[in-house]
Design a protein around this ligand. Structure first.
Ligand SMILES: [Zn+2]
Length: 209
């Protein structure tokens, strides 16, 4: 699997390109901003974008999705429980002091247990509400890889004080769906450095008890 993660936008959302070196197909997760760079990397890697998956409806993760779709024709997947956040994009842009990006309803809702991504490298959607009601993680079981969105970070967890957030719910999601994964699972969070499930199980202060 071709895998490349880089920060985009003022909040440095981790955007990930996953590609199939066999057929040249790619998925992009969380194209929050900086679409020219994402397109340049797809081009540089010789990949054709087939699918855009957004881990949740916050502007720093979803902000560039429509632009990327317009440039490539790829479909957009986002869990339907975050549609209310898409409708609050003006307000979200106000939080950051940036222009409101164009938003559109996703082509499909990314539902719990749905298989998304590439035929050779499928990922399972884990619906992990709490940071937002539509937050998802993507689990590439064969690769022992989790794209965690803003649910789990190295040494921290997602904030729950924004609209749609729920502190008890994110802990339930983490305990029931995320921390059940194997210790060796590599975690690429929505922001910051990558980690592993084992490292977070041993050291993350939010996961004690
Ligand atoms: Zn977020």
């Amino acid at each position: 699997m071709i895998l490349e993660t880089f920060p985009v936008g003022p909040l440095e959302c981790n955007c990930t390109i996953a590609g199939d070196e066999g057929n040249g197909e790619a998925m992009v997760v969380d194209p929050g901003d900086n679409i020219p760079h994402i397109l340049a990397r797809l081009n540089g890697l010789g990949l054709t974008l087939k699918q855009i998956v957004v881990t949740h409806g916050h502007i720093d993760h979803v902000g560039g999705a429509v632009k990327l779709k317009q440039a490539t024709g790829a479909s957009i997947l986002l869990n339907k429980n975050d549609l209310p956040l898409l409708r609050m994009m003006d307000m979200q842009a106000g939080w950051l002091g940036v222009p409101t990006p164009e938003v559109a309803e996703p082509d499909e809702s990314a539902e719990d247990d749905m298989i998304v991504g590439l035929a050779a490298y499928p990922a399972t959607v884990l619906h992990t509400p709490g940071h937002t009601q539509g937050s998802i993680c993507l689990h590439f079981a064969a690769e022992h890889l989790l794209l965690a969105g803003d649910t789990l970070f190295a040494g921290s967890i997602g904030r729950t004080d924004l609209p749609g957030g729920d502190g008890r719910q994110i802990l339930r999601s983490l305990h029931d769906r995320v921390m059940t994964l194997a210790d060796e699972t590599r975690v690429i969070p929505g922001h910051g450095e990558e980690t592993t499930i084992g490292e977070e199980r041993a050291t993350n202060p939010f996961l004690r008890g």
